[in-house]
Design a protein around this ligand. Structure first.
Ligand code: HEC
Ligand code: HEC
Ligand code: HEC
Ligand code: HEC
Ligand code: HEC
Ligand code: HEC
Ligand code: HEC
Ligand code: HEC
Ligand code: HEC
Ligand code: HEC
Length: 326
């Protein structure tokens, strides 16, 4: 057996075995060239006009072909229904017969060298509207500023490959953080979701493929309802809601990417956070809502009263207390 030991354990693996052919052909080194020509001629007969077939590519691009065996796209090489059997390489690179003759870069399509919309078109030719959990591929990463291949390194191997193709949180974070350096810096602040520790990733909250929410946030209803996926106790509905939680969402008070303040609050002092909206000199919140000032018995000069959440414990909403006390 020439395949790697674990070859049979992976579903959807291509089983065309170019190495066997090449070993047979290379018994006498001098015959290599003849062999290449022979294989190419054989391929030409089976392939549609302009196509060379993957075995022909393999003769010159040995490392890439070998690694491709572990690529999910290798399914194209064997599938009888997807239309690319024996010529999977050319599903992305286009007809390659001319390049296989000339070996010139000018004669072959390299998706990563194309304009974003052109390279995307190649990928979306197969991935458009796929029922993946990511959905909405067409709205693009921030309206087509970033190509599929900026995140998905098709031929990558080892460490680099694990970044997006294999969905490890740490690898995904590294990939996203390599462009969004300011966001990644926020996650280094003392209070943060555990992204630097590799326990969560950007795509727990964002859909990199697009979304009908601002900032590519996941899920479809209410501001930042994606947070409820994990913080279910904050979801409600509450008999007595703190209306800003619903209208403005969590980032009215929290910094989701991390903060120097405990509980990832936007303010170091909780009372300042509250008094931003609950004071006589109110600045209206972004939805135009203002909270009423605390009733007169609140003596805001006393330290006791400045610690608002000591008493207002159900700050996200309450089932029993109108004043969000319990
Ligand atoms: C006869 C040898 C040979 C064959 C057969 C061959 N290639 Fe190449 N290929 C080359 C060489 C040499 C280069 C590097 C050219 C350069 O850098 O100028 C290259 C470069 C490429 C590139 C990079 C182009 C770029 O713009 O950087 C791609 C993609 C490619 N080949 C794909 C294929 C595919 C797909 C096939 C099969 C259809 C194939 N090759 C068959 C020799 C070959
Ligand atoms: C799913 C699409 C896809 C398939 C299938 C595919 N490639 Fe590629 N190929 C790419 C992309 C995208 C790049 C640009 C670099 C990258 O993303 O890795 C590339 C780059 C290359 C390069 C240039 C590498 C370099 O270092 O410049 C070669 C050569 C190549 N591919 C050969 C092949 C061969 C041979 C096959 C079949 C075994 C194949 N490709 C199958 C998408 C594909
Ligand atoms: C000819 C059709 C075709 C084209 C073109 C194509 N893909 Fe795919 N892609 C597939 C198939 C088939 C699979 C495997 C899906 C499966 O097993 O269900 C796949 C899987 C993937 C996966 C999942 C990999 C994993 O490990 O889960 C990613 C990511 C991907 N493709 C990205 C791309 C990108 C980026 C491009 C453009 C450079 C591209 N594809 C072009 C058919 C295609
Ligand atoms: C900003 C980075 C980024 C861009 C741009 C991007 N993707 Fe992805 N893609 C990801 C990440 C991260 C995942 C892993 C999702 C997961 O594991 O839930 C993924 C997953 C996938 C999958 C596998 C989905 C699944 O659920 O199995 C496919 C297919 C895919 N992307 C195709 C594409 C195509 C096609 C494009 C271009 C139109 C594209 N991606 C653009 C980051 C990106
Ligand atoms: C190749 C660089 C690059 C990579 C990699 C990348 N991004 Fe982006 N991202 C951009 C660019 C460029 C924009 C559009 C400009 C902007 O808003 O900053 C953008 C926009 C965004 C936005 C929307 C910002 C807004 O206010 O609408 C989010 C959210 C985002 N990226 C998250 C991610 C996530 C999550 C990942 C990893 C899966 C990722 N990005 C990977 C370059 C990148
Ligand atoms: C806990 C959920 C969560 C995680 C994890 C997360 N984000 Fe965000 N992100 C958000 C929310 C919520 C917003 C909108 C903030 C607002 O409304 O002001 C946002 C906004 C953004 C924006 C646009 C505004 C800005 O701050 O630049 C970018 C870009 C972004 N995120 C990238 C990332 C990247 C990259 C990662 C991973 C390193 C990441 N996010 C991880 C929740 C998250
Ligand atoms: C994938 C699950 C997940 C999602 C989605 C998520 N969180 Fe969290 N969040 C956690 C976990 C786990 C912790 C506890 C982390 C820890 O103790 O380090 C946490 C902790 C917090 C804390 C308390 C931090 C502290 O210092 O005590 C706040 C505030 C918070 N999350 C807000 C949000 C907001 C706002 C969003 C949406 C933008 C969100 N979370 C989305 C999992 C999630
Ligand atoms: C009006 C401001 C405000 C809004 C809006 C808000 N929070 Fe909070 N949140 C706080 C305060 C203040 C604390 C600290 C409570 C304390 O000191 O005990 C807190 C604490 C937390 C904690 C950690 C303690 C706990 O109760 O689990 C989590 C998690 C959290 N918030 C998640 C969320 C989520 C998710 C949203 C959006 C649905 C949200 N918050 C919206 C003010 C707010
Ligand atoms: C972004 C603005 C905003 C912030 C920050 C905010 N609130 Fe509110 N709060 C409101 C609005 C708007 C209402 C509903 C209007 C009203 O009834 O006064 C409300 C209602 C309340 C109520 C219920 C009043 C009632 O009679 O229904 C209490 C108690 C309360 N807030 C306490 C707090 C505390 C404590 C904090 C700080 C942890 C805080 N709020 C932070 C805007 C805010
Ligand atoms: C010692 C406990 C305690 C502390 C500390 C406290 N409150 Fe209160 N607060 C109450 C109680 C009790 C009520 C309910 C009064 C009532 O039902 O008439 C209340 C009511 C409120 C109301 C609702 C007023 C209305 O219109 O019904 C607001 C707003 C409020 N507090 C804000 C704050 C803010 C902001 C802070 C921090 C600066 C704070 N509270 C600190 C006990 C406290």
């Amino acid at each position: 057996m020439l395949r790697q030991p674990h070859a049979n354990t992976v579903v959807g693996r291509a089983h065309w075995d170019w190495r066997r052919i090449s070993l047979r052909g290379c018994a006498v080194p001098v015959s290599l060239l003849l062999f290449v020509v022979a294989v190419r001629a054989g391929q030409d007969q089976q392939q549609p006009a302009g196509y060379a077939g993957s075995e022909t590519c393999a003769t010159c691009h040995e490392d890439i072909t070998k690694a491709f065996d572990k690529n999910r796209h290798a399914a194209l090489e064997t599938s009888k229904t997807r239309g690319w059997a024996t010529r999977a390489c050319e599903s992305c690179h286009g007809p390659g017969a001319k390049h296989a003759e000339s070996a010139s870069a000018g004669d072959i399509r390299q998706p990563a060298k194309l304009a974003v919309k052109d390279s995307e078109k190649i990928c979306l030719g197969c991935h458009l509207n796929q029922p993946t959990q990511m959905g909405r591929l067409t709205s693009g990463h921030a309206r087509n500023a970033v190509a599929c291949v900026a995140c998905h390194n098709v031929h990558a191997t080892g460490e680099e490959r694990s970044s997006v193709m294999f969905r490890k949180a740490a690898g995904i974070n590294r990939k996203c953080g390599s462009c969004h350096t300011d966001v990644w810096a926020s996650f280094q602040k003392p209070h943060h979701h555990k992204l630097p520790e590799g326990a969560m990733s950007c795509i727990d909250c964002h859909n990199p493929h697009g979304s009908n929410q601002a900032h590519l946030l996941k899920t479809a209803f209410g501001p930042q309802s994606g947070c409820f996926r994990c913080h279910t106790d904050k979801r409600g509905p509450f008999t007595f809601e703190h209306v800003v939680v619903r209208t403005e969402g969590c980032s009215a008070c929290h910094e989701p990417h991390g903060s120097a303040n405990p509980r990832m609050l936007t303010r170091a002092q909780v009372s300042n956070q509250c008094l931003e909206c609950h004071s006589n000199i109110q600045s209206p919140s972004s939805s135009g809502l203002v909270g009423g000032p605390p009733t007169a018995f609140h003596d805001l000069r006393s330290a006791r009263y400045r610690n608002c959440t000591i008493c207002h414990q159900k700050i996200h909403g309450s089932h029993v207390s109108r004043a969000l006390l319990r």
